[in-house]
Design a protein around this ligand. Sequence first.
Ligand SMILES: [Zn+2]
Length: 296
Amino acid sequence: MPDDLDRDLAELTAVARRQEARHEPIPDLTWPGDARIAVNFTADFDAMLLRRLMNEPPMQLAKGEFGGRVGIWRLVELFDSHGVKATIFTPGRICELYPQAVLAAARSGHEIADHMWEHRVPKEPELERDHLQRSTSALERLTGRRPAGTRSHHTPSLLRELGYIYRSNGSADHRPHYLRDADGGNCLVNLPFHYAIDDAMFFSFAWLGTDTAAQRMADPERVLDLWWNAFRQQHGQGRGYLNICLHPFVSGRALRIAMLDRLIARMKEMPGVWFTTCEAVARHCLSVHPPRGGWA
Ligand SMILES: [Zn+2]
């Protein structure tokens, strides 16, 4: 037994070292105008694609449909009413399903970024390339702007080849940082988030078909308190960062929109808050805090 444990620990240590070598923090990170915090409101516009991929029953597909028909419009209206620019991570296929919604979000000045072609990254390299190319061109064709970022686990070399500068996933750090390949190449900005600031973890009933014990139906006031406290903590510390992950089919419900409305109104009363898109944060990092190892 001790031998097994030693071997496991050695393997874990080797993995941690490899990860460490790929991860480049930005220790002196500052925000434009000496803002105390950068806030990224992000919405993963999955609609029915995630449900379909998981072979969920029709009831669940209808839930995704609500996101495309109602939720996304309510979120865009909410952000617009506060003058907040958000980032909408959109599977390419959503351009076929809900083109008006994506276009309306883009016309309001929100960033439209990639969220895979049909919400999955194929294992076969050629198919993966095909999916990312399809998604990138679909978003560009519809909005007139090539996406700069993705919320996905697409291969970094492919992302760089197609002009991507950032990704937004993982919870391995709290603030924006750089991520590289094992050989030190294909650098990308990474904008991390955490499930504690993800609406689905609180509000998604029948999330991914989980069993009853895992169903979530939290009181919006409780979530408001948690997210407000997370914001205050980062704001108080200075050089803070908050990436709030929303889903139109989850947060598009009326009482949750009302909660977000109160949350944003409170945040706006505080000084030094930079409400912006993920792309703006990534570009700021690249121009003011370029990666030490170069943009290779
Ligand atoms: Zn998604």
